[in-house]
Every structure is written in C-alpha cells, then in structure tokens.
Design a protein. Structure first.
Length: 671
C-alpha cells in the first residue's frame, strides 16, 4: 500500500503500482482504510466497564490504571490455575509481529491455555498438508496463461481482486472460466459456465471427475508413476463414484460431470483456484484432498499455467518458533497446556470445568478478532461472554459486539500505525509494513500492550520485552533459499521481496510430504486411524447426514462475506455499510413462493440454535433448496441485533478442526 499523509493524518490509501501482485489497485474495502483509521468512533483511550456486560458502558482510564487492573486479576488467576486464562485471536491484524509474537510469548510464559486457531482455513490447510505436505500451490501470475480455470468455491471479485485481474487476462487470451459454487456469485456471473452443486458435495464432484479421467484414460501415467503415491487405491475409490451417482449427490446433471472432467483432463494448461468456502462443511478436509489430487492425475503440474492454488502461505520461510517461543511454556516440551478450539468458544466459556475438560475459563484476552459476531452458535458465545465472573480484556479499534462485554477495553493501533512483516496466502511475496502515521490518540500496538501487561505482572523473561524491530528482523528464516539475496534491512528498503521459487513448482515432483510425492494415500492419516484416501462425507445437516432434521429445516444456508465487508471488519465504515444497505437473504423463487415470500419482505431465518432477520431477495442466484445470507454484520448494526451466526453450529470439520459455517439447515418465514 501507498499512504498519503497530510498534517499527520492518512488522507489516501492506494495500491503500490510497483508491487507485481497489487499493480496499484486495492479492493473496495481497503481503499477506504483511511476512513476506518480516522473514524469518529475510533477507540483512543483505555476504558473500563461501568455497566452490565453487553451494555457497552465504559469510562476512560489511564494506561497505568488499565495495566494495573489487568495485572492484578491475571496474576491472581495465573498463580493458582494458569490454564483458566485463554487467548482468543485470529486475523484482524495479520502481520507476523502484531498477531502472535509477543502475545503468544506472554501466554506461553504464564502457562495459559492455548487456542486452536482454526476458524477460517484449517480444513483446507490440513487437506493440502496430507496431499502436498504444506499449504503450497501454483504461482498466481501464471493463471494468466491457463486455458481452463476452475474457480471452485471462490468469489474473487469480492474477496481476491488481484487474482481476478489475472483471470480476466486469461479470459481475454481465450481461456474458459468455470465457476463451481452453490451460489451464482458476482464471479460466477462472469464465467462461461456455472455449476451450482449442493453445498458440501464438492468432494463427490472431484471423485466423479476422477472416475471419468480414469475411464477415459485422460491420465498422465508417467507423472503418476514418478511423483505420486497410492494411485491404485485412489483408482478403486474413484470408480465407486460414477457420474450418475455423483450427479444425484451434487444435484446436477450427469453430463455436466462428464463434460467437466473431459475438458479438464484434455487441457494441459488447466488450473484450479480453490477458496475456503468449499471447506466449511463436515467433509471440507477430504474435499480439499480430492480436488488437490486432480492436477497430479492429469500432469497439469508439468506446466506453470497448470495446477492448483488454495493457499501459498507455506512457501514463506516463517520462523514460527522464534516468533512464538513455545520453549517459554513452564515444563516444555513435556508439559503442554490444554488446547481450546476457537470454534467451540461458546461451549468452552459455558463449561463449568471438570477433570476431562480442565479448569473453567476465568479470563479471556481478545485481540485481532470479534468472536461475539464471528464465532459460530452465537447465542452461546454471547452467553459465555456475559458471565459476570469472567474477566475479559479486549484489544480493539472500535466498540464491537465483543467489546461491549469487556471489563477492560484497550485501544490498539491499525496497520498504518505500527511496524510489521507479512507473508501472503494469495501470492508469493513477503512484505514489510512501516508505520505511515503516529498512533491515533493513545492507541498502542498489540506487542506494546502485551509487554505492558507482562511488565505490570512482574514477569522477567527477556523475550517478552523484545522490540518490534527485533521481532520483525527474526520473523523470517533469511538463510532459506527462498529468501536468497535479501535480508531484513533490504526488505525495509524495498518494501517487498518475491520468494525465489520455480515457475512450475511441482513439474518434477518435489512435494513436501514424507514421501516427497503427491500422496493420494496418506500414511500419516492411516496412523491416526483415519481414512488414508479422500472420500465424500455428506454434510452433518443434509438429507444424507440427518434426514429427520431436514423435515423441520429443509433449506441449506451459507453465509459468505458481503462484498463490502471483510468478515466483521469494515461493517462500521459508513460508506461501505450504506452500500450494503441491509442484511439480505437470497432465496430461490420456488422456495419463496412455497413460503409466501415476495421480494423485499422481511424474513426470519431460524433453527434450533437461534434466529435472525433479513430482507428477502427472491432470485435464482441461489439454487433451489439454498438460501444465502451475505455476512457478517455487527449485531448492534443490524435491525434485529442478530447476525448469521445465530444459526451456525460449533461442530467441526473432518480434518483440521475447522468451522462448519456452511453446514447449516434452516427454515425461513415472513415476519
């Protein structure tokens, strides 16, 4: 980003035209970042609660008062039950320094519970790990040269604009674009073909494609022999998914399965862009594994314009140990504190504590996240945070839904106000983030806040007090060949560095699995007692998974991000929220007619977990039997004080322990 500053204020934020992935362009959201930084409701001073939890009534205090309150409460708990303290954080700030460096060291040093940070991408990451060895994929720039691009479970117009520019160039060169998505998104509307399968059936479609590839001999047998493991077993599995069966599972025509597989298998420069929507269901990890097998079956990896990209984050040589210092855990490595899955925060906070679960959670420090809005099964999440005996510290920019439940509310800096270093999951550059302006008001970086709490608690470990500069300088393994020719000082001068990677990274194998090959069959999964082969697992909440539930709640619901929001970030930016207008629910005409719903009606979406209201948009963008609620609204900024996570579940995915946001059955009625 390039930031224009006038009189100490950021007045304009643009893309860096010299940065190859950005090329001078920012998405709608981030182009308004200055509006967010200097928002009139920005938190600029520490606050303590004076009302009931959830009311959002606070009074300002000094930093010294805030740190003393935090230290007193946390020290008392840590002295007798350190695991009763837990962090809750995710990607509100994504830099390696301000996300989990000093913060993680702090929680390790006091022996607190650890958080399994799996809310977004863990199922897909696990699928890639057991297939490729890490979150690795093709280089974004070479999608321009692809002849067929499958945009699978992704809406890059809304969520990955820089990738979409590459796709547009490929389209101009004659590439065929196919969107695979239950919903006809903005992206799907721009593709040559849209395959509207049922939510959660992506794994079946991939296995059906394999069946056709094998039956029609559209395979690269030499690549399979040299660079894969488990083909015979995978072949046997795929042959149990003939197109007719797959068509029934996915709710699409049999010929669509056949034609897709034949087009893919007969095109050398065929690429797949996965995104995380397709893995937010029970079988998300297996589905990712199945799709990730496809380029190795056809040998698409031989060409730099062939292959697959879900995440490129594994290419960056991050020194996770140096950042988080797990060796600070008392008794490490023999002792490992309990781990709480962040998707189960509602249950965790309401659990009374026992020998199996561990001590009741008595204190939570929330940073880089807004769990009351974004975590599943929101009624339970809010009930947990409403506990009067729970001590809650929230580091934030604004009074979010979660901030309303805080005992201490501490003002944090934004991206324009602190030092950081970033990797990417959508391209293959590492980047420095230099502060463009001084902290607004009395805001402090996350790192400085955790240093302050540690200092007030009397902790002595030197690693807790390293400067941001020192942490950043050691965040990457500079000796790694991917960073040859650059170092921290060079990165600060240039702003970014492209990782040294081959154009076609798996043209000659070289996967990061134990075998060094693409593992169709994973011995590591077998050792865990899991199926070593990818398979289709029906959604928990579906006709296959729970037929009795379908009788009461016959509509599947997905809640992908609204174009102008980044999950719950940017919802309070007036210009962006006014563009979104109201919470909407897209519903197919036949489903609407059955329920007496007309376009523009206010409707109630509900199941056993809760309910929310939205304005109906009757449209065939949603396939029959599916409703789509673009999300995630702050509850306090929605008409009925609720959002889509009132109805989502705390159940976890097959691999990775990720969230199952799109594995959700509901009913809809007019208000």
């Amino acid at each position: 980003m390039r930031v224009t500053v006038e009189d100490g204020r950021a007045i304009k934020v643009t893309g860096d035209p010299d940065h190859p992935p950005t090329q001078g362009v920012l998405c709608t959201k981030v182009s308004r970042y200055a509006e967010r930084v200097h928002h009139p409701e920005r938190l600029t001073t520490p606050m303590k609660r004076v009302g009931r939890k959830g009311e959002g009534r606070f009074e300002p205090i000094t930093w010294s008062e805030a740190l003393e309150i935090a230290a007193t409460r946390l020290s008392e708990i840590a002295s007798r039950a350190p695991e009763a303290i837990m962090p809750y954080s995710y990607a509100g700030t994504m830099g390696l320094v301000q996300s989990e460096s000093i913060a993680q060291r702090f929680f390790h040093a006091i022996g607190a519970s650890q958080l399994d940070r799996t809310i977004c991408a863990a199922a897909g990451a696990a699928g890639l790990k057991y297939t490729y060895g890490a979150s690795l994929g093709m280089l974004t720039e070479f999608f321009e040269e692809s002849e067929v691009i499958l945009i699978w479970g992704a809406n890059p117009i809304a969520s990955n604009l820089h990738f979409w520019t590459r796709v547009q160039e490929a389209k101009r060169r004659g590439a065929k674009l196919i969107a695979i998505d239950p919903y006809r998104s903005l992206t799907a509307e721009k593709c040559h073909q849209h395959i509207a399968l049922k939510p959660g059936t992506d794994g079946a479609l991939a296995l059906g494609m394999m069946h056709v590839l094998i039956s029609d001999n559209l395979l690269d047998l030499a690549y399979i022999a040299d660079h894969t493991v488990g083909f015979d077993e995978l072949k046997a599995r795929a042959l149990t998914y003939p197109p007719a069966r797959v068509a029934q599972i996915c709710g699409i025509d049999e010929q669509v399965v056949v034609d897709l597989a034949r087009l893919y298998g007969s095109t050398r420069k065929a690429s797949i862009r996965l995104n995380y929507g397709m893995q937010r269901v029970r079988g998300g990890g297996n589905a990712t594994r199945a799709i990730a097998c496809l380029p190795s079956l056809t040998g698409a990896w031989r060409d730099r314009a062939g292959g697959l990209l879900l995440s490129s984050s594994g290419w960056a040589p991050v020194d996770s140990h140096a950042l988080g210092r797990p060796d600070l855990i008392p008794g490490w490595p023999q002792r490992q504190p309990r781990v709480i899955n962040m998707n189960e925060i509602g249950n965790a906070l309401l659990h009374p504590g026992d020998a199996t679960f561990g001590p009741q959670v008595e204190a939570v420090i929330v940073y880089n996240s807004n769990p009351v809005a974004v975590a599943p099964d929101s009624e339970r999440v809010a009930a947990g945070f409403a506990r009067e005996d729970l001590f809650t510290i929230v580091l934030e920019h604004f009074r979010t839904d979660t901030a309303d439940f805080a005992d201490l509310l501490l003002p944090a800096t934004t991206q324009l106000e602190h030092l950081d270093v970033h990797k990417s999951y959508g391209h293959t550059h590492v980047m420095v983030n230099l502060p463009a302006i001084a902290p607004v008001g009395d805001a402090r970086p996350n790192t400085e806040i955790f240093r302050g709490i540690a200092r007030a608690m009397g902790l002595q470990e030197p690693a807790l007090f390293e400067s941001d500069e020192t942490v950043a300088a050691n965040a990457l393994r500079w000796s790694d060949p991917a960073l040859a020719g650059t170092d921290w000082e060079t990165l600060k001068q240039t702003g970014w560095a492209r990782l040294n990677l081959p154009d076609a990274p798996f043209a000659n194998g070289g996967f990061r699995t134990p075998s060094g090959k693409c593992e169709f069959s994973s011995q590591r999964l077998a050792q865990q007692g899991l199926d070593p082969l990818p398979d289709y697992l029906p959604p928990y909440e579906s006709a296959e998974g729970s037929p009795e539930l379908v009788e009461r709640y016959p509509l599947a619901m997905i809640s992908p991000p609204a174009r102008n929001f980044l999950n719950s970030t940017f919802v309070n930016v007036t210009s962006l929220r006014s563009t979104e207008g109201h919470p909407h629910l897209d519903i197919h005409p036949s489903d609407a007619q059955l329920r007496g719903i007309t376009d523009g009606d206010q409707v109630r979406i509900f199941n056993d977990r809760g309910s929310m209201q939205a304005r109906a948009r009757v449209t065939d963008k949603a396939r029959e039997g599916l409703v789509v609620g673009l999300s995630i609204w702050w509850k306090k900024l929605s008409p009925d004080g609720r959002n889509a996570n009132q109805v989502t579940s705390q159940r976890l995915t097959d691999l990775g322990g990720s969230a199952t946001f799109y594995d959700c059955l509901v009913e809809v009625e007019r208000v």
